[in-house]
Design a protein around this ligand. Structure first.
Ligand code: F6R
Length: 609
């Protein structure tokens, strides 16, 4: 959500900034803009455009300027519509500014700084630009003016700022919203995430909150608001540039679906020692797992659905209450949370603001927090008491696939460890459970070999439909939630998950001739019950796609398309089913000709509430 790139250096800034914006496109945006300092003038070259970065690029290249310092932005509209004027950068007086985040008190600031008649756009960001210009005119000091500006702002922000009378320098500061920075022999860079920097440097640092960065071609200096020098904590990216490229696949989504066996291996292998689950490499003490009497899982979207599967695995095994909360709901509900609560938060990006804030709240209430996160050193990873990194590598497609399955794998590893430590599993059982986790990657590999053609076949029906339903019971219901989300977010088909037993309480009214129903029936103990529900929808004309176990006898007339998963312990079926549901969504969206990797209105990293 909103992408920021800034560069000061020795090579063409226009190229660096435009390329950086292209790398950040996956975050989700609806307009883009660029500001370049000119070598021959104090007036910055600013171009802003709604639509894709390539439209901005076309407009920028109509009028080339020589520049070695510039900033760029992709905007995901919050305050004010999608217009060229509302796009960033904003330029007031000597200040050029881009912003990611939300200024909550912008209305009060408009009043107190008497900006009502001065505003050109409808954005909260322009308000910050006016205030900064006001203080800059007053103090002539970039640090002082930035300090005073953020001193009056309430909300989240990452700012990239250029002053037209300070050459070759960008200033940055952030609160909550992410920014990372790096330097190399080509110059210095600042960006919303490392994908925009990795082609220049694998060494980077996260800009500490409320620290002012001065980004010059010769390097980056950090100062706290009281003027003290701050040393950055350097990190190294543990994946290559190629990992964030399509590598011959038509879309990132299908590449990432196919990367799942390797991603699962990377997440699981290092945590299995002598056949048992082991988190000592993650510095997670056993007491975290033994000292709690309840678990709450907090996350958004797909990560939340991974948590729903986690609940269905944890609760019967550990015999303690496990509840899953949507992060934005947890924040405003008074959920029982105390020092005996283990709060597990799940986030691919590690930046989802609702998840972050919910985790902080749980911590304030006394819970210990454990974050399952994919992006190294992200805010959630840094703020949690303990972190369990998944190793999916960069996930560029907005629709999450490999990040979901590795989140599940992390939850299964936790179940094995907690089961063992709490005496809910004998050593032999814990070792058997761990062995099954070790085998997940092979299962996914096998499924990826034989299901694509069947999923493509399913998509031919989906493409023709306006609605689709996903049904299942127990764990299968947890899987169906993710299946419906995957389909709706990229194919724009209305898709709904319904607990199979609930159909009769309303949803079945929507089933008519040829309505696609994806029925998931992988759990032996409730197989017959789910099958009765399948019969009910079939009797009303539904086109049934049944996903079931290889060893289950299923009469031909039960469904229209049958996809079988390998026979395995029921608890592990999700990994096979996930791949099938991802591929159905992928082929449907692709078949409809949609931009699979960048669905409309969605952002990869949701950094606003
Ligand atoms: C859907 C999807 C989203 C994310 C959600 C949370 O495919 O990717 O629903 O799961 O926005 O994001 P993270 O995991 O980054 O906190």
């Amino acid at each position: 959500m909103c992408g920021i790139i800034g560069f000061s250096g020795y090579i063409d800034a226009e190229k660096v900034v435009l390329e950086g914006l292209k790398e950040l496109e996956y975050r989700g945006y609806d307009s883009a803009g660029i500001a370049l300092q000119r070598e021959d003038s104090d007036i910055p070259y600013i171009v802003k455009k709604t639509g894709p970065v390539k439209e901005l690029e076309k407009a920028v290249l109509e009028n080339r300027v020589e520049s070695f310092c510039g900033i760029g932005h992709t905007r995901w509209a919050t305050h004010g519509g999608v217009t060229d004027v509302n796009a960033h950068p904003h330029h007031i007086g000597k200040v050029v500014l881009i912003h990611n985040g939300i200024i909550e008190n912008y209305q009060e600031l408009i009043n107190s700084y008497e900006l009502k008649d001065k505003l050109i756009s409808e954005t909260d960001s322009e308000v910050a630009c006016h205030i900064l210009n006001y203080y800059y005119e007053k103090t002539k000091d970039p640090f002082e003016s930035i300090k005073r500006t953020v001193g009056v702002i309430i909300g989240s922000y990452s700012f990239c700022i250029m002053f037209s009378d300070i050459k070759d320098t960008i200033f940055s500061i952030r609160n909550v919203s992410p920014l990372v920075a790096a330097s190399c022999d080509k110059g210095s860079f600042i960006a919303s995430d490392v994908t925009a920097l990795i082609q220049y440097s694998k060494k980077y640092f996260v800009l500490p909150e409320k620290v002012i960065a001065e980004i010059k071609k010769t390097g980056i200096e950090l100062r706290s608001p009281d003027g003290k020098k701050v040393e950055p904590d350097y990190l190294t990216v543990d994946w290559d540039v190629e990992a964030a490229q399509k590598a011959g696949y038509p879309h990132f989504m299908i590449k990432e679906i196919n990367e799942q066996p390797d991603a699962l291996e990377r997440t699981v292998r290092p945590r299995i020692v002598s056949g048992m689950t082991d988190f000592s490499g993650d510095n997670i003490p056993d007491s975290l797992f033994t000292d709690c009497s309840r678990i709450i899982i907090i996350a958004c979207g797909t990560a939340n659905y991974a948590g729903t599967v986690g609940k269905s695995i944890f609760e019967p095994l550990l015999k303690i209450p496990v509840n899953v909360y949507i992060a934005s709901e947890y924040r405003y509900e008074d959920v029982i949370t105390d020092k005996n609560t283990l709060c597990i938060v799940i986030s691919q990006s590690g930046e989802t603001v609702d998840t972050l804030e919910a985790m902080k709240l749980a911590s304030q209430k006394g819970a210990k927090t454990l974050a399952i996160v994919n992006v190294k050193a992200s805010t959630i990873a840094r703020e949690a008491d303990y972190v369990l990194y998944t190793h999916a590598g960069p996930e560029i497609s907005v629709a999450s696939t490999k990040a979901y399955t590795v989140q599940l794998a992390a939850l299964y590893l936790l179940a094995a460890k907690m089961g063992e430590l709490r005496g809910c599993l004998t050593n032999d059982e814990a070792s058997e459970f761990t062995k099954a986790i070790e085998n997940i990657s092979d299962t996914v590999k096998k499924v990826l070999e034989y299901v694509p053609a069947q999923c493509k076949h399913v998509s031919e029906t989906m493409i023709k439909s306006k609605d689709a339903f996903y049904i299942g019971r127990g764990l299968d219901y947890a899987f169906s939630l993710e299946g419906a989300l995957k389909l709706k977010e990229i194919s724009y088909i209305h898709a709904e998950a319904c607990a199979a037993g609930e159909l009769k309480h309303g949803t079945i009214a929507l089933i008519e001739k040829d309505t696609p129903v994806v029925a998931i029936a992988t759990q032996k103990k409730i197989f017959a019950k789910t099958l009765s529900n399948v019969k009910e929808v079939k009797a009303r004309g539904a086109f049934v796609i049944l996903i079931s176990r290889g060893d289950e006898e299923i009469a031909e007339e039960t469904c229209d398309i049958l996809i079988k998963i390998p026979s395995m312990d029921d608890r592990f079926a999700v990994f096979a089913v996930a791949v099938i549901l991802q591929l159905i969504a992928y082929y449907t969206a692709d078949g409809k000709g949609f931009n699979v990797d960048k669905p409309r209105n969605l952002a990869k990293s949701v950094t606003v509430e």
